[in-house]
Design a protein around this ligand. Sequence first.
Ligand code: ASP
Length: 350
Amino acid sequence: MTSHETSPSRVLVIYTGGTIGSVQDASGGLVPIDFNEIHRHVPELEQPNREIEIISFDPPLDSSNVSTKEWVELAQAVKHHYADFDGFVILHGTDTLAYTASALSFMLEGLRKPVIITGSQLPIGLPRTDGRENLLAAVDIATAQRFNEPIVQEVAVYFGSFLFRGNRSHKASAESMQAIISPNLPALAEAGVDILYNESLMYRDEIKTFHVNVALDNQVAWLPLFPGQPLEVIKRLLDWPDMRGLVLSTFGSGNAPSNPDLKSILTAAHDRGISILNVTQCGHGAVHPERYATAHLLRDCGVIPGGDMTTEAAITKLMACLGRGLTGEEARNFMARNVRGELTGFSPLT
Ligand code: ASP
């Protein structure tokens, strides 16, 4: 290589499964195929200025079968190959993609390279597939640099025409080609003729050394409230002896029924050391514990306000928080704090 030539960018593609690499089986159901098949459908992946290496889950998984074990495998794969690649692309089914993106964002600390997760609504072999464009754009983003450093240095999701922060992403449609959205944060980039980056929104981790934290505690639950809900169900759930954390999806800006029995159940759980997080069940917006009297009950029970976190971010952050052994005030501060760009500002612990 002569001195004016630059070395090619190196991208590691990790294929986990999902519709992007599926074909129809005899019964008409979609089953995952080998990644080499995908590669055959997208020869444009090969470019003179970049090198792509592919590793694959064996067997590839529908993302409904992805669990904490696979999150740990993905985090460890990034760690293992971190020094050898400029960027990472993870191909993933769309169903639980937002959970994986959120979990990885909390597991990968001090990230200085792009980890771009994508998938598709239609298999890559079909004429109308969205998989080709999603894959090619994700690889472009994984190699994009400005002033000799990666533009994206976080876990992000490319889908449709947009790049979103991973822990802000949410699957909003089982039909639209824009299946994944970011309800509470604008896109980090939009792909049109060019890929236009919103550089002022890019996350830069204050932690300087790359480190992978694989400790996750899944002894958590997620409970949406609804009018007429039997309190006995909430009580029994919280009485599970192993329960360590609960994400409570409340009404509007963080409200719950003003019921003294609910108050006693939640207070007793809080006093037993269960971390309870309040997020809104609305598709957009944040909890504001100070706004309505119906939110004061939760505040008075020690429930932690979750700001504008998505449910996916809330659940995976709680797993990461408890996995680190944080309890009581430490857990409260971790959950209410903006740890990896997952919430806007600081959730007021009023
Ligand atoms: N069931 C598939 C999955 O999540 C759907 C998809 O990939 O879009 O793996």
